[in-house]
Design a protein around this ligand. Sequence first.
Ligand code: C5P
Length: 125
Amino acid sequence: RKPSVQDFKRQHMDPDSPPNSRPTYCNQMMKRRGMTKGSCKRVNTFLHESWATVKAICSQRQMTCKTSSRNNCHKSSSTLHITDCRLKGSSKYPNCDYTTTNSQKHIIIACEGNPLVPVHFDASV
Ligand code: C5P
């Protein structure tokens, strides 16, 4: 299935939560946003920034994506408030157990369409 803006928002956008997530944030949010069905998604990043801020990255520096050879990735010129969710090694499906790490990093996202909109989260750097 083609990556879509709706999927990007569901998996990565959380503008209304404060930037300093509680330790239980990832366990709750990964479930609430449908990333623990069938299997536990291993790594996922949530962005505590407005959609306007994230969408604007599509007009910032273009580059080759890190997780594919495509050239439709863009790196944010500023750092963003993010929460990094990582599946613990001891986690056993269906009990998807994550570490929650807050940080401020640049992000790299892929954009598509006209006008360009985010469709894929590539990396934080
Ligand atoms: O890096 P990998 O190809 O395993 O990433 C798969 C998916 O994991 C990405 O499409 C993205 O949704 C998510 N991811 C993320 N934050 C990262 C790395 C990957 O949200 N830092």
